[in-house]
Ligand binder design. Structure first.
Ligand code: NAD
Ligand code: ZN
Length: 369
C-alpha cells in the first residue's frame, strides 16, 4: 500500500494516519491487516443508508482479508446520537462475543463516528477503533481529532471522551451517494480549513467550483487531502482544546447559535457554519480586523457553494444566546475573525452591536441566494 498517501496525526503516544484515496474501501481489509495486525475480529457500526450503498464493498474486502466481522446497525440521524443507543450497541457487541481485542469500525457519517468512537472508548474500558467516514463532513472534520460524544436533552455533545482512532480510512468515492445538501455542508467545512490556515484551499475551491460540485474524483480528493492536512496539523500541534484548536471554530460561534435558535431543524451544521463564516467576515471588516476586499472574497466564496437556507432569526436573539452560551469565558464571547486569507485570530472584544448588525445583514443577504 506504498502508493497511498498518508497524513500523519501526531498526537503523543499514539500517532495515526489518515489514508485518502478513491476506491480505498475495496482495500479496507488489506489495510486493516496492516494497521491492526493480528486482529481478526471486527464489529462494523453503521447506519442503514451507508450499509445499503457501501456495505457490500466493505464486507467483501473484509472477507477477502479473512477478517471476521459482525454488522451492528444503529438508527440513523442526530436524534439517535444518544447514550441508550450506545448501551444497546454495547449489549449487541457482547452478544456477538466481542472482547478487548475486538476492533470497532465506525462506518458512516459524523453521528456514527461519534457514537462508535465513544462506544470503543468505554467498551471493556476501551478497545481500538478505526474510522471509515462516509460523509464529507466526517471525512474532513469529525473523524479526525479523537473527539467522541453523544447528545443529551440538555444539549449537544455533553457526554463524550477523547479516543483517537488507530487510523482513518477515507474513500472519496463513497460520497457519490451522499444527498446534495449533505455534500455541500461538508464543502463549507473544507472551505473553513482554507480560511483559517491555507489560502491554497480557498483559491482552489474558487477556481474548481463546478468540478467539485459535480463530485469529480480528482479535485474532490485534492480538497479532502488539503482539508485533512489542516485539521491534522492543528490537532497535532494542540491535542486538546487549547488555543490553537480554537481556530477550528471559525464560523461556529454564530453558526451554533443559528442552529440552536432554529431547533436544529432548519440548517445542517455545515450550512449554519457557512452563514457563521459570512457573519465573521462582516464583523471582521466592521471592526477593521481585515480589509473589506478580504471580507468580500470570503463571503463570495462561501456563497458560490449556495444554495443555503434563509436566515430568519433576529440579530438580537443571536446576540442574547451568545452571551449565555457555554463557550463564553467570563461573559466575553470569543470570536475567531479573519485577518487575511488563510489567517484568523481569536478576538475577545466583539461588541454586541456588531453581532446584531452582522446577523441582520445575513437576513437581508439570504433573501437573494
Ligand atoms: N467528533 C468531532 O470532532 C466532530 C466534528 C464535527 C462534527 N461532529 C458531529 O458529526 C455529526 C454530523 O455528522 P454528519 O454531517 O456526517 O451527519 P450524519 O452522520 O447524520 O450523516 C448525514 C446523513 O447522511 C447519510 N449518509 C452517510 N454517508 C452516506 C453516503 N456515503 N451515502 C448516502 N448517505 C450517507 C447518513 O445516513 C445520514 O442520514 C454531528 O453529530 C456533529 O456533532 C463531530
Ligand atoms: Zn463544524
Amino acid at each position: 500500500m506504498e502508493s497511498v498517501e498518508r497524513i500523519q496525526i501526531s498526537v503523543p503516544g499514539h500517532p495515526y494516519p489518515a489514508i485518502i484515496e478513491s476506491g480505498l474501501l475495496h482495500r479496507a481489509g488489506e489495510l486493516l491487516r496492516e494497521i491492526v495486525p493480528n486482529r481478526t475480529r471486527f464489529v462494523v457500526v453503521t447506519v442503514a443508508p451507508v450499509r445499503k450503498h457501501w456495505g457490500e464493498a466493505l464486507g467483501a474486502s473484509l472477507n477477502k482479508a479473512e477478517l471476521q466481522h459482525v454488522w451492528l446497525e444503529m438508527p440513523d440521524g442526530e436524534k439517535n446520537k444518544r447514550l441508550d443507543v450506545l448501551e444497546d450497541l454495547a449489549g449487541r457487541m457482547l452478544k456477538a462475543g466481542a472482547d478487548r481485542k475486538t476492533v470497532v469500525l465506525a462506518f458512516g457519517g459524523g453521528v456514527t463516528g461519534d457514537v462508535a468512537g465513544f462506544l470503543a472508548s468505554v467498551f471493556m474500558r476501551g478497545v481500538d477503533v478505526v474510522q471509515i467516514p462516509t460523509t464529507l463532513l466526517a471525512q474532513v472534520d469529525a473523524s479526525i481529532g479523537g473527539k467522541t460524544g453523544v447528545d443529551m436533552k440538555e444539549g449537544k455533545n455533553l457526554l463524550g471522551t477523547f479516543h483517537h482512532p488507530r487510523a482513518v480510512i477515507i474513500d472519496p468515492a463513497v460520497l457519490s451517494t451522499l444527498p446534495d445538501r449533505e455534500y455541500r455542508a461538508g464543502l463549507y467545512e473544507a472551505l473553513k480549513c482554507g480560511f483559517i490556515r491555507n489560502k491554497d484551499i480557498f483559491d482552489y475551491m474558487e477556481r474548481n467550483r463546478d468540478r467539485i460540485l459535480q463530485r469529480e474524483q480528482e479535485p474532490l480528493e485534492w480538497v479532502i487531502r488539503a482539508a485533512v492536512q489542516v485539521k491534522a496539523d492543528v490537532v497535532s500541534a494542540d491535542e486538546r482544546e487549547g488555543d490553537l484548536r480554537r481556530i477550528l471554530n471559525f464560523g461556529h460561534t454564530i453558526g451554533h447559535a443559528l442552529e440552536a435558535e432554529t431547533g436544529y431543524k432548519q440548517f445542517l451544521h455545515g450550512e449554519a457554519v457557512a452563514w457563521g463564516m459570512v457573519a465573521a467576515a462582516m464583523i471582521a471588516a466592521a471592526l477593521q480586523k481585515t480589509d473589506s476586499e478580504t471580507a468580500r472574497r470570503i463571503i463570495s466564496s462561501v456563497l458560490a457553494y449556495a444554495p443555503l437556507p434563509k436566515v430568519q432569526t433576529r440579530g438580537k436573539r443571536i446576540a442574547r444566546r451568545l452571551t449565555t452560551d457555554k463557550k463564553t469565558v467570563n461573559g466575553v464571547v470569543h470570536f475567531i475573525l479573519p485577518t487575511e486569507l488563510g489567517r484568523v485570530e481569536v478576538t475577545p472584544d466583539v461588541p454586541e452591536r456588531a453581532v446584531v448588525q452582522a446577523v441582520e445583514e445575513l437576513r437581508y443577504l439570504s433573501q437573494s441566494v
